[in-house]
Structures are given as structure tokens and as C-alpha cells.
Design a protein around this ligand. Structure first.
Ligand SMILES: Cc1cc2nc3c(=O)[nH]c(=O)nc-3n(C[C@H](O)[C@H](O)[C@H](O)COP(=O)(O)OP(=O)(O)OC[C@H]3O[C@@H](n4cnc5c(N)ncnc54)[C@H](O)[C@@H]3O)c2cc1C
Length: 472
């Protein structure tokens, strides 16, 4: 194990780490990947992005099947098979775990199943990483550069521990029965996605949020629309709450809180999901042997993902100041690999990162919200196009929601695009590309969009900035 000196060793085989290792190898670097789990893929593949979306797809199908007659299909009486839902989710995961194993072999990446720990700065240009292997043995991996990509863990409210009633994203993805009632604490992307899934599967769902709006990082109008649609779906939402407490009992748990009017409230539920953010996983990885000083657990980097310790880089959820998203980690991995290989690279630009929330209705955004653009001093011009004017949305029976475009009145620069409605998470790609290539509103107004597509709502959205959406 100790003989080879790799060009780079990556600690963590989630989307940030495995993407970095693959690209490094594509550039001809000799790469090693260490992961402490028995399967590669990290939170994203095993406990995050992929399993939740597999379950959301089942929930979406279930919602359609419940109303099959609306689409001219009679005689459908759907019956939920929860074990089947979990089995399909697990099958999707397994296929991609196998896919990753194949990619490691294809790219000749040496993989080690074990817990990696830094032992200090490079000596004569070479780092030594201690690895506690899964079989109890230990060894070392030597490399000229190190990339830290150890990811994050779910936070819980202080004083609580996850179990079979109080759940995080980890426990909820393997519960043996779909709960009849669920309280979700936190209305960020993870919270509202699970609220949406379990509402579709018939649970009575309550969402509690300390801030005055749901999906608080989104544009205010998006938060308002999601709240309206969640209420329409029968999801109970309480905002600006405080003093949340969870007391377990024989039927699940009693959740109590103080509402926005200062009145005590309570809800008995079978399960409680804590979706209150993610903590960087940087303990025990030997940062103290280097010059890296974590900030509340996060590793700080410059725009090239370099830490304060020469030769050590950090990417993914452990990095402070960037959103904890799979595509942010994987792009940072590509940037580092290019830098290590001496190739062209472009740093991750915070204002060009799409954020997607896959609840029903879907939400997707990129760039500045209207409020942020005003705060930054732009002369803001906004356009808004409702999906009710989009024929494909009507075909899909999903015409609630809108596209909102925030632009700079002076030069027609696209500052932000915010979508709530059908396929929002797919069509946002166009807005990201437009912003990345610095397209103006006028250029987008003359970009041909295929018909009938949900993406045409963007053409109307861009045109609406000039008051010229055709379909409304
Ligand atoms: C429920 C849920 C849904 C989500 N949905 C989305 C989504 O739809 N889209 C999106 O972009 N993001 C989503 N995310 C966020 C996404 O999962 C993370 O941003 C992403 O997984 C971070 O990637 P990473 O590689 O930094 O870390 P991780 O995916 O956490 O991977 C880190 C890896 O490092 C390994 N490791 C840790 N310590 C060590 C060590 N010392 N030595 C060796 N290995 C180690 C771990 O075993 C793990 O495999 C979701 C998250 C959750 C919880």
C-alpha cells in the first residue's frame, strides 16, 4: 500500500471526491480515492439526492394513478406497496454504486475502503495519509497532493438523538412503513422534499419553520407560491415559530412550539423529521496536524479550493461559504483536478450556481433574488410569466406557478431566474447557461424554443421583462 506515490489522493468518495478523482485520472494523473463507507457515492447517492428523487418519482406516479380517470384511463385502483417503493429506490442506488465501481476501474483509480487521516504537511513534497481499513488493519497512502472531500452529516436540534421516531434523512429513507403523520422541522430543500413525498403517500404532514417563510433562501415570491400550493395540497405549515420541543411517547412523539402569535401549539405525530441543516464532517481527519483552522467545522479555501496548507485542497460540503449541493462539490472537484494537471479551469462562481428543490411543485433558481439585486444597487427590472399560459404545462396538468426573471434595466443583464412549477429543475439549465454566457434579455427573447415544451415558459419569462410575453 505504501510503495506508490500518487499524484493526488482524494479523501471521500461522494460526488465531490469521485468526480475529482475521475477527472484527475482523465488528465493523466495517478489518483487514489479513500472512502470510509462500504459503498462509494456518499450522502448524495446513498442517503440524499438519488434516493429522495427515486421516492419522489414513485410519489408522483402515485399521485397520477390516484386520478387516472382524469387522463382517460379507467379501472385503476392503485395500492401502495411501501416495501416496493423502498426496493425500487435501493435498486436505483445499487445500479449507480456498481457504476461508480466500474468508473474507478475504467479510470485506473486505486480505491481504499477505510477512514483516512492526515498526518501533517508534505515532507519532501509528499503527504502521508493514514488509513484505518474496514478489516481493522491500517496502512498509509502517499501522494503529492491531497483533496479533502469528507462531506457532511445531518444536524439535529440540540439535546436530541436520531432514533426510530426522531429521524434525519438517514433514518427516514429506510422506515419500514410510510407514517400516517409526520412533523417536519425545517423548511429548506430537504424538509419540503420529504414533506411533499409523504403527503403524496397519504400522511398528515406539518411543517415547522423558525423563519418567516418556507424555502427561505429562495426569492420571496417563490416562498409565497410554495406556501400557497402546500396549503392547497393540505400540508399544514407554521412559520416564525420558536421553542420547538419533541417528547416521545408510545404513539410517536408530541411536538410543541410557540407560534408566530406567541401561542403554544402542539402536534402528535408518528414520526418527526429533523431537517435543520448539515454539519461538515471534519472531525478526526487530522486537520490539527496541518495549518488548516476550521471555522465552525468548515474548511475555508480560496477560489481554487486551496486550503491554508500548501498542497491540500478541499471540496464539497466541508467547504465554508458555498452551498452544500452535489453539483457544487463535483464542479469544485473538476476545478481542482484541472488545476493539479496544469489545465484551463474556471473557479466556481457563487452567482451561477443553480439551486433545485424537488418537491411538488418543483423549485429552481439561479443568480440573485429580486431583493438581493436591489440590495446590490441594481436598477432592477422584473418579468413574470405564469405557467397557466404554457400549453405543455396544461398537458401535464401542472399549470400552477411561474417563471420570474430579475434583470438589470440598464444593460439587460440577466441577474437571476426563479421558477416554481413543472420541470423547474430541468429547465433551469437554460437560465444557468444564459447567465454563464452573459446573454442579455434581448438575446434570450430571440432564442428559439421548441414547441410545445415547458421550456417555452422561459422564452415568455424573458420576454415578460419587456412586457412582451406572447402567451399571457
Ligand atoms: C436528503 C438529501 C437530499 C439531497 N438532495 C440533493 C439534491 O437533490 N441535489 C443536490 O445537489 N444536493 C442534494 N443534497 C446534498 C448532497 O447530498 C451533498 O451536497 C453532497 O452529497 C455533498 O457531496 P460531498 O462529496 O461533499 O460529500 P458526501 O456526499 O457526504 O460524501 C463524503 C464521503 O466521504 C466519506 N468520508 C468521510 N470521512 C472520511 C474519511 N475520513 N476518510 C475517508 N472517507 C471519508 C464518506 O463515507 C462519504 O462517502 C441532498 C442532501 C440530503 C441530505
Amino acid at each position: 500500500m505504501a510503495d506508490t506515490i500518487f499524484d493526488v489522493v482524494v479523501l471521500g468518495g461522494g460526488p465531490a471526491g469521485y468526480t475529482c478523482a475521475i477527472r484527475a485520472s482523465q488528465y493523466g494523473l495517478k489518483a487514489a480515492l479513500i472512502d470510509s463507507n462500504d459503498r462509494l457515492g456518499g450522502t448524495c447517492l446513498l442517503w440524499g439526492c438519488i434516493p429522495t428523487k427515486a421516492m419522489l418519482f414513485s410519489a408522483e406516479l402515485w399521485d397520477h394513478l390516484k386520478h387516472a380517470e382524469r387522463y382517460g384511463i379507467d379501472g385503476v385502483t392503485p395500492k401502495l406497496n411501501w416495501k416496493g417503493v423502498l426496493a425500487r429506490k435501493d435498486d436505483v442506488i445499487s445500479r449507480h454504486v456498481k457504476g461508480l465501481d466500474f468508473l474507478m476501474k475504467k479510470n485506473k483509480i486505486s480505491t481504499y475502503k477505510g477512514f483516512g487521516k492526515l498526518t501533517g504537511p508534505a515532507k519532501d513534497g509528499v503527504f502521508t495519509v493514514d488509513v484505518k481499513l474496514a478489516d481493522g488493519k491500517s496502512g498509509t497512502v502517499k501522494a503529492k497532493k491531497v483533496v479533502l472531500a469528507t462531506g457532511s452529516d445531518a444536524r439535529v436540534l440540540p439535546g436530541y438523538k436520531p432514533d426510530d421516531t426522531i429521524l434525519t434523512n438517514y433514518e427516514i429513507l429506510k422506515i419500514s412503513e410510510a407514517p400516517k403523520s409526520l412533523v417536519v422541522i425545517g423548511s429548506g430543500a430537504v424538509g419540503v422534499e420529504f414533506a411533499s413525498i409523504f403527503k403524496s403517500f397519504g400522511a398528515e404532514v406539518t411543517v415547522l419553520e423558525v423563519l418567516p417563510r418556507v424555502v427561505p433562501v429562495e426569492d420571496e415570491e417563490i416562498s409565497k407560491e410554495l406556501l400557497r400550493q402546500f396549503k392547497k395540497r393540505g400540508i399544514d405549515v407554521s412559520l416564525s415559530i420558536k421553542d420547538t420541543k419533541v417528547e416521545k411517547n408510545k404513539d410517536g412523539a408530541l411536538v410543541t412550539w410557540i407560534d408566530s402569535n406567541g401561542k403554544p401549539q402542539s402536534k402528535q405525530a408518528e414520526k418527526v423529521l429533523m431537517a435543520v441543516g448539515r454539519a461538515p464532517r471534519t472531525e478526526g481527519i487530522g486537520l490539527e496536524t496541518t495549518s488548516i483552522k476550521p471555522d465552525r467545522g468548515f474548511v475555508m479555501t480560496n477560489e481554487w479550493m486551496e486550503t491554508t496548507e500548501p498542497g491540500i485542497y478541499a471540496i464539497g460540503d466541508i467547504v465554508g461559504g458555498l452551498p452544500q449541493l452535489a453539483h457544487v462539490g463535483s464542479m469544485a472537484g473538476l476545478v481542482v483536478a484541472a488545476k493539479l494537471a496544469g489545465k484551463y479551469a474556471k473557479p466556481v462562481n457563487r452567482t451561477r450556481i443553480p439551486g433545485c428543490t424537488y418537491c411538488d411543485p418543483q423549485i429552481a433558481s439561479v443568480g440573485l433574488t429580486e431583493a438581493q439585486a436591489k440590495e446590490k444597487g441594481f436598477e432592477v427590472k422584473v418579468g413574470k410569466f405564469p405557467f397557466v399560459g404554457n400549453s405543455k404545462a396544461t398537458i401535464l396538468d401542472a399549470h400552477d406557478g411561474f417563471v420570474k426573471v430579475v434583470s438589470d434595466a440598464k444593460h439587460g443583464e440577466i441577474l437571476g431566474v426563479h421558477i416554481i412549477g413543472p420541470y423547474a429543475t430541468e429547465i433551469i439549465a437554460e437560465a444557468v447557461t444564459a447567465i454563464e454566457l452573459e446573454a442579455t434579455i434581448e438575446e434570450m427573447m430571440f432564442t428559439i424554443h421548441a414547441h410545445p415544451t415547458v421550456a417555452e415558459a422561459l422564452l415568455d419569462g424573458f420576454s415578460s421583462v419587456e412586457g412582451m410575453a406572447v402567451n399571457v
